[in-house]
Design a binder for this molecule. Structure first.
Ligand code: AKG
Length: 258
């Protein structure tokens, strides 16, 4: 699988038409093993981060039944659903600052770029929570702008059986259906009919660029192995939290984390 090295108008056209673009295996096999080991060590509390947000997966697959998201590890477990703030970890930060992501960020955003909710998204073995149809909208995140690009990276092969993402290609062009993220039943019936849905399978180490307005959802993991992934939204470093004017961790340009 060829790794994309630059980002140009032809790729942008494809991305805007489809709402996603495969970037290839941006992680080398060694880097993949290192990130898999690192996230497991963070889940097990072997590498403690007090300022990362941890959320255990729920006991049922129903969305809304899971534990809430709060600072600090909740106990040694590989059954976390989500861990946010991974830019605090040097291995993950180094990956987020990969030259191909810099090129993409420069194309869409410019030279001064921050990240929103650099997060681990996990479907633990034989677990997982159904994530309903949604778009990723800045307003719903409480931001004063709408970030447009997210890089989603598979840390394990993602397939329908273990809860890979499902998307409606091109649905980014519908614009924002609901600023609060979740797509209404009515819009699902209109836009997410069976013939329009694609299972966005991915190989471990593969990165996929997602348009934040692409309709997406994911299911549960019916296999004995985890389906781990990393999701990072890149945005203009001027982007602020509406509530308190707070900016976000900078990964490219002046005052970038290192
Ligand atoms: O990994 C998943 O199952 C969903 C990820 C997602 O919703 C996102 O990256 O915005």
């Amino acid at each position: 699988m060829q790794v994309m090295e630059t980002f140009d108008d032809a790729q942008q056209k494809q991305f805007m038409e489809q709402g996603y673009l495969r970037l290839g295996k941006v992680l080398t096999p060694d880097e993949l093993v290192a990130l898999q080991g690192r996230i497991d060590a963070i889940m097990l509390g072997e590498i403690p981060y007090k300022k990362m947000l941890f959320q255990l997966d729920g006991k049922s697959e129903e969305y809304g039944q899971m534990e809430s998201n709060s600072y600090g590890n909740k106990g040694a477990s590989l059954a976390y659903r989500r861990i946010t703030g991974l830019e605090q970890d040097p291995l993950f930060l180094n990956y987020m600052q990969h030259p191909v992501f810099r090129a993409i960020a420069k194309y869409f955003i410019g030279d001064h770029v921050s990240v929103f909710r650099a997060m681990f998204m996990n479907k633990p073995a034989n677990q997982g929570t159904i994530l309903p149809w949604h778009q990723d909208v800045g307003e719903g995140w409480g931001l004063d702008q709408n970030p447009i690009v997210t890089v989603w990276t598979a840390l394990d092969d993602a397939v329908p059986e273990n809860g890979c993402m499902q998307i409606v290609p091109g649905s980014n062009n519908l614009g924002i259906l609901n600023p609060g993220h979740y797509v209404s039943e009515e819009d699902q019936e209109k836009h997410a009919t069976v013939d329009k849905i694609t299972h966005l399978g991915a190989e471990a180490g593969e990165a996929i660029l997602l348009h934040n307005w692409l309709m997406h959802r994911s299911g549960v993991n019916k296999t004995d192995s985890p389906r781990r992934a990393l999701s990072v939204a890149y945005m203009d470093a001027e982007t602020k939290k509406m509530r308190n004017g707070q900016t976000f961790p900078v990964v490219f340009g002046e005052n970038a984390l290192s």
